[in-house]
Design a protein around this ligand. Structure first.
Ligand code: ADP
Length: 532
């Protein structure tokens, strides 16, 4: 009845106020919470910063028993919850054995004190853990399974993780426990894939708008700047001593740009898969604790960057799709305060990315029987990104429309360069067209000669990959045991390159290509050639 519904809502709001100090629920939070508490599956699409975690944290506090949270990044969330006095724990191989045993003891007892149990997807795959869950469930204590970053289950997404595939077994083993899938990835294909792969039954599908009103979008044109390298420090300085992320395509650019920033008095560090684990985590720690201001990173600096006050995300090279761009730029301003997304667009960068994507797609086409649709996907995605940079009109509108949202003319409120300075941006775009025409011949000659070498290198790497897959059945099956590693990416990274699966996603392909390219730079000193 209506009255019951009202009291139920009041109780939930009380929990929110009491434990988190927030006045009221935001967006679709309440709908999601009520759905899962009533036992219904739910798919929840909310932009980064939209408050997804509340959708399973409140249910954990509302009902006696345990909410299981599957997430690739767990430690920080659990620490934050504990600070609020909420009984949350995580299980991972990085924990001390004593701590782990204590948690297991608690889970085995008939009356566990833990309310939110965070685990990695790898742990779910281990047989021992599944039987533990079943036992907890038999006692009627498993209220909800929340799957955070659920897009990782889809190979259509930008962030596919093999360990997520195995989560489908949760439904088989625990058919009547409601599942809540959460993601910030808007692509409809990914969404369907997530719902199917997790076997969600008649889920309540909740979608929020992806508009991030507090982010100001801006593009600067490398071809029109004297030197983007020189431009960035001054932009960062003009923002004050703020926390920022700068994304680059190549590791070498990260190293170079970070050194350049430091030389200009901005404390910064590079972060990419070429650094060892220890160095990477110390960079992350220093940045989280504000010891350094700027991280200059490849896309390896990804999910779980648990800092809400990132004031600027800069793309020093064009990202490969609107989805990646949205995810990465969305790491700015999770505290809802004014923030900035700045993209340096260069025609050279565009060509490089087109080249990388085309090669990756060709390879995929050769190694699989899937048809043309797949083969053009990444290039079509990339075109939206080019249109964002080269096309006239509101940037925000372009982002949101690429996710299928209808956008009113007044939505942006002058919060992008094209809306705030329309004449200036129009002039830039005109100059850009002229500049592209001027550059066309000189550039493509050099680029093509370089491409041939890169293709050779790529073939070589691919041969190594197929050799591994054809030869080494034992090694392949031992990869099933990745559960020993806490973090899937760590596990994959620690494998020798040649052990990457033939079915590697575009991301891994791009990484391989990047390596090929780095070798190429080292061997041929391409930079010098280009500057001639
Ligand atoms: P997401 O996982 O969707 O990126 P989070 O769950 O990390 O987002 O939430 C983003 C921020 O919003 C957090 O600081 C969170 O505490 C805050 N938040 C969540 N729900 C509310 C709410 N109802 N009112 C105010 N702030 C909220």
């Amino acid at each position: 009845s209506k009255d019951e519904k009202r009291t139920r809502k009041e109780t939930l709001v009380k929990l929110l106020r009491w434990h988190f100090g927030y006045q009221d629920f935001r967006g679709k939070q309440l709908e999601a919470i009520e759905a899962v508490l009533s036992g219904r599956d739910c798919f929840c699409l909310m932009p980064t910063g939209g408050g997804k975690s509340m959708c399973y944290q409140i249910p954990a506090l509302a009902k006696h028993g345990i909410v299981l949270v599957v997430s690739p990044l767990i430690e920080n969330q659990v620490i934050a919850l504990k600070e609020k006095g909420i009984a949350a724990e995580f299980l991972s191989s990085t924990q001390h054995q004593v701590v782990r045993n204590k948690i297991h003891e608690d889970l085995d007892s008939g009356k566990p004190s833990v309310r939110l149990l965070y685990v990695t997807p790898e742990l779910i795959a281990t047989p021992g853990f599944m039987s533990k869950l079943t036992k907890i469930h038999t006692r009627g204590l498993l209220n909800l399974i929340a799957i955070d970053e659920a897009h990782c289950i889809s190979s259509w997404g930008h962030d596919f993780r093999p360990s997520y595939r195995k989560l489908s077994s949760l439904r088989n083993h625990l058919p009547d426990v409601p599942v809540l899938a959460l993601t910030a990835t808007a692509a409809p294909k990914v969404q369907n894939d997530v719902i199917e792969s997790l076997c969600l039954q008649d889920p309540l599908v909740l979608k929020s708008s992806f508009n991030r009103p507090n982010i100001y979008y801006e593009v600067r044109y490398k071809d029109l700047l004297d030197d983007a390298y020189a431009d960035l420090p001054s932009v960062l300085k003009s923002c004050g001593d703020v926390c920022a992320i700068v994304y680059c395509l190549e590791r070498a650019t990260c190293d170079g740009l970070s050194a350049h920033l430091s030389k200009n008095g901005i404390s910064s560090a590079a972060y990419h898969a070429g650094l060892n684990n220890k160095l990477r985590s110390s960079v992350l720690d220093d940045w989280i604790s504000s010891k350094i201001q700027v991280v200059v990173a490849t896309v390896a600096f990804g999910m779980g960057i648990d800092r809400k006050d990132v004031r600027m995300v800069c793309h020093f090279n064009i990202p490969k799709s609107m989805e990646s761009f949205y995810q990465e730029s969305g790491r700015a301003g999770r505290d809802q305060l004014p923030s900035k997304s700045l993209l340096y667009y260069g025609v050279d960068d565009r060509k490089k990315m087109e080249f990388i994507l085309r090669n990756a797609e060709n390879k995929k086409l050769q190694s699989s029987s899937s048809g043309g649709e797949l083969s053009k996907k990444s290039l079509t995605d990339f075109n939206l990104m080019i249109e964002y940079c080269e096309g006239a009109g509101c940037r925000r509108k372009k982002i949101l429309e690429s996710f299928g949202e209808q956008v009113s003319a007044t939505l942006c409120k002058k919060s992008c360069d094209a809306c705030k300075h329309p004449n200036l941006v129009a002039k830039y775009l005109e100059e850009l067209t002229t500049s592209i025409a001027r550059q066309r011949n000189g550039f493509s000659r050099v680029f093509m000669s370089r491409s041939t070498d890169m293709i050779d290198e790529e073939f070589r790497i691919d041969e190594q990959i197929s050799e591994f897959w054809n030869r080494d059945d034992e090694a392949k099956s031992s990869e099933e045991d990745i559960s020993d590693f806490d973090d899937e990416t760590e596990a994959v990274k620690s494998l020798p390159r040649s052990r990457l699966s033939r079915k590697s996603g575009v991301d891994e392909k791009i990484e391989l290509l990047q390596r090929a390219e780095e070798n190429y730079y080292q061997n041929k000193n391409f930079d010098k050639l280009k500057n001639k």
